[in-house]
Design a protein around this ligand. Sequence first.
Ligand code: ATP
Length: 311
Amino acid sequence: NWDERGAAKFVQKNKNLHTGKEEEIVIKRSVKDFKFGKTLGFGSYSTVILATDKNTSKNFAVKVLDKRHIIKEKKVKYVNIEKNTLNRLGSRNGIIHLFFTFQDESSLYFVLDYASNGELLNLIKKYGSLNEETTKYYSAQILDAIKFMHDNGVIHRDLKPENILLNKDLKIQITDFGTAKLLEKDSVGNYPLDTRAKSFVGTAEYVSPELLNEKSIGKPCDIWAFGCIIFQMIAGKPPFKATNEYLTFQKIIKLQYAFTAGFPMVIRDLIKKILVLNPKDRINIKGIQNHLFFDSINFNNNNNNDNNQYD
Ligand code: ATP
């Protein structure tokens, strides 16, 4: 018994002796269910390894976290945020899927979708920059995934080309939810518009001016980073980049960036509407979807589950 992505779900049917009813028991997965292969990469407190499910022969990326190291480095909070966020977002195109988690004495294991085409950053580096059509192809998918996260009360806070992985079909899969903000619904069932950040998270080049100025985090932070990513796909480098973090922050709060020669006019127009210092004046997702740049894209806003219309 396995789901559509090939992850075996060991379900045993048992008769409950008290109620007489048949119940399904999901049998816990363990390290023994996987054959481990090459190392895909290293994080600051994790190793990601290619692993094959022995029952279905499907490949997964297994993130292995060393318990002692996580505790020593005080990263328990981030590991829990990553797990809780991925569980909240579930199985959806555009977001890396967490199938199961398990642990042994020394490590925690996150069994994730295997993104065989690596990071979007490496694609940009390989070609130097991307053309208008390719930029549209990837950015429409990224926008769609951001909308899904925001509709579910998740602010990513660290969107950048390194955290956008590509699967075998060259579809994007957003990853690295360790610094995400999970919003809680208010008494009438709405997510708050913004909240306060206790500490700086994210990456200097993609951080929003409102986080630097007011420690405010809201959905517009991710939109700002999205603008930086589109810029980088066309220009080959992010709009705000200096020799150190302090100087990068200065450029951001002064809105000091310049388009490279040949930067398409229609994308310049969109970027100018995204890279707006006041988050209240920044274009929102609906506005971006309706922008001329995405004229040929059919965003299917009613479907939060699976197939999107942007192929
Ligand atoms: P840090 O934790 O320091 O922010 P990170 O987020 O890159 O780093 P990991 O998420 O552990 O850390 O990823 C380590 C490496 O493994 C990354 O370089 C990434 O390219 C690769 N990787 C991570 N997840 C997958 C995946 N699902 N499929 C393929 N490769 C992956």
